[in-house]
Design a protein around this ligand. Structure first.
Ligand SMILES: Cc1cc2nc3c(=O)[nH]c(=O)nc-3n(C[C@H](O)[C@H](O)[C@H](O)COP(=O)(O)OP(=O)(O)OC[C@H]3O[C@@H](n4cnc5c(N)ncnc54)[C@H](O)[C@@H]3O)c2cc1C
Length: 579
């Protein structure tokens, strides 16, 4: 008798599972139940539809029930929701969203991919807030946008919040982003996140960080500071939580973070019920603990692997790195693994290196700078995380590093990667190779770098700040209290330098490394500033943002307002300027 498989949720995880299972088992009876009117839609494209970048809604609808039946013989039921699961009897009850008729369907295996639900904190007026999760949400937001509202507030400066803000702005609407954390894009460290904040402001988006929303009215929002921001439209994008309603119905175990608990083969506590995607807890790739990550790549991969297991194949454990990317106007930000803030908060030992390479050879027209950061274990060089912000080439670098992490390549091992090169694409030493060189220098003890957070302490204890950039660069902006001796004159000036010790810096760290090596060679104590003035200055600007928002009286009546400890840890992640 053919296997009867019911899949709940017909988008990322659910549809990947359904089509993979069909390829593995031609005779399985596969039924997909989907509450909305659409299956297999590109929810990641929804922000671009409301802004008009994607003009035709049809482009977001990748398949239809009919096309899925024709190609895969899937029984896809849209406008239909699962309202009950009887795990003992192995049946689900469905209800039509159109006429409320109910059916009970038997299964041999059930796969849940119900996704996540938007967080909606109990703020007065929350009913005025629009969400963006489904095609229907996007349709209704697009309708509002077509009525040409003048102003909008987006609550939440995460990935979806920023994509929504950019697209509303693209549609000619004046946008304010309000974020309770003291920075945008909290998975990034502050000195990289500030670059994204500056990009938003440069494109006319008003950004309020470090302040919660306390009330929403038909005319706008009220902030914890008491200020009100008028808005014709308020969109909420403050995060999601796993949708565990079906799992609770079936009596399945829930993990410590509130997602469905699954094993490495995506079986729940009932071996005949699988669960994948945003609804489940993942195993974190850095510390092997439970984690919640809501990303499409993970949902698709898990759907495929769950189908493999249903079909009797062995499944390898695949921990989650949280590799993610977002476009914010002309800038791109991406990350994989853990941030420095998270490592520090968890007490995980790490070393960080920053670099600011060009995305490709500078002699080829159009080269632009990247800001890169690599975090690794100081003992064995295991890569713990990486972040990148820039205009081009961000995706490639983060994907290479994510691949390296998955393959067990260490930070110094990045130096030996053989990566594609021609002048329009990269440099003979790719920025990822360069991060490898830097990590190698740190791990081998060849170059002892100083983080921007350490500058003030070293200066206070008598270290001389030595700027080895050109006089012109120094005049354009320097760390207060530093002495300028360009690297090319350093040999002649050695006798006039004084006793040291020296904290050396240049623009991005490279000339500083050369100068530090020279100083050490002739007997001085010297350390190089990681990432140079560019990183120090970004950290200073991030601190300015925190300082500007510190005066905001944050009321503690929202679940997403950062605690004092969180605020402290972000402040500690940025620089205390030198004297
Ligand atoms: C606007 C937006 C932009 C995004 N952009 C990105 C991006 O750029 N990159 C990225 O990696 N991720 C992005 N994501 C996240 C990504 O879409 C999700 O991680 C992914 O879709 C999760 O897949 P899933 O199968 O777990 O759930 P979903 O794809 O959300 O599918 C769940 C489906 O289950 C259905 N369902 C739930 N309960 C029932 C029930 N009882 N009966 C029947 N059907 C039910 C729902 O209607 C829903 O259609 C974005 C998400 C949104 C909303």
């Amino acid at each position: 008798m053919p296997r009867r498989v019911i899949i709940v949720g017909g988008v990322a995880g659910g549809m990947s599972a359904a089509t993979r299972l069909r390829r593995l088992e031609s005779d399985a009876e596969i039924t997909v139940i989907e509450r909305s009117a659409h299956v297999s839609y590109a929810n990641c494209g929804l922000p671009y539809f409301i802004g008009g970048v994607i003009e035709d809604e049809e482009d977001l609808l990748l398949q239809t029930p009919a096309s899925l039946h024709d190609r895969f013989r899937l029984d896809v039921r849209v406008d239909c929701e699962v309202v009950d699961i009887d795990a003992a009897a192995k049946t689900v009850t469905t209800r039509s969203m159109i006429d409320a008729t109910q059916h009970t369907l038997p299964y041999d295996q059930l796969l849940l991919s119900p996704g996540a639900t938007s967080l909606r904190p109990p703020i007065p007026g929350i009913e005025h807030v629009r969400s963006l999760r489904t095609v229907e949400d996007a349709e209704s937001l697009a309708e509002i946008v077509n009525q040409h509202p003048r102003s909008a507030v987006v609550i939440g400066a995460g990935f979806i919040g920023l994509e929504t803000a950019e697209n509303l702005s693209h549609a000619g609407i004046g946008v304010t982003v309000v974020e309770a954390a003291p920075q945008v894009l909290t998975p990034l460290d502050a000195e990289l996140a500030v670059l994204v904040l500056e990009e938003l402001r440069a494109h006319g988006i008003s950004v309020e960080v470090g302040v919660g929303v306390t009330e929403i009215t038909e005319d706008g929002v009220r902030l914890a500071t008491g200020r009100t921001i008028g808005a014709d439209l308020v969109v909420g994008a403050i995060g999601v939580r796993p949708d565990i309603s079906l799992a609770e119905m079936a009596g399945l175990a829930i993990g410590p973070l509130g997602g469905i608990k699954v094993n490495d083969a995506y079986q729940t506590s009932d071996p005949n019920i699988y669960a994948v995607g945003d609804a489940v807890e993942k195993t974190d790739a850095v510390n092997a603990a439970s984690s919640l990550v809501a990303l499409a790549n993970i949902a698709n991969r898990q759907g495929r692997r769950a189908a493999d297991h249903i079909a009797g194949r062995a499944v390898r454990p695949a921990p989650s790195l949280g590799t993610a990317i977002v476009k914010v106007f002309d800038l791109v930000a991406a990350m994989t693994g853990w941030s420095e803030r998270r490592l520090r908060a968890a007490g995980v030992p790490y070393r960080a290196v920053h670099s600011h390479p060009f995305n490709h050879a500078t002699y080829y027209p159009g080269a632009t700078r990247l800001a890169l950061k690599l975090l690794f274990d100081p003992d064995d060089g295991r890569i713990l995380g990486a972040q990148a912000v820039g205009r081009e080439g961000v995706d490639k670098r983060i994907d290479v590093i994510a691949t390296a992490i998955s393959g067990g390549i260490t930070a110094d091992g990045l130096a030996d990667l053989e990566l594609a090169y021609a002048p329009p694409f990269s440099s003979a030493k790719d920025p990822v190779n360069m991060l490898g060189y830097m990590a190698e220098n740190v791990l081998a003890g060849d170059c002892d770098v100083v983080e921007p957070t350490e500058v003030a302490g070293l200066v206070a204890s008598g270290w001389t700040l030595l700027d080895v950039r050109t006089e012109r660069e120094h005049a354009a902006g320097a760390i207060p209290g530093s002495r300028n001796v360009p690297v090319d004159r350093l040999r002649e000036e050695l006798v006039n330098l004084g006793p040291g010790p020296f904290l050396v810096y240049c623009e991005v760290g490279q000339r500083g490394h050369t100068a530090t090596a020279l100083l050490q060679d002739v007997g001085f104590e010297a350390r190089n500033l990681d990432g140079g003035y560019a990183t120090w200055d970004a950290a200073r600007r991030a601190l300015e943002v925190v300082t500007a928002t510190a005066s905001n009286a944050i009321r503690r009546d929202r679940t997403d307002v950062p605690t004092r400890g969180e605020r402290d840890s972000i402040e500690a992640a940025v620089l205390t300027p030198g004297p």
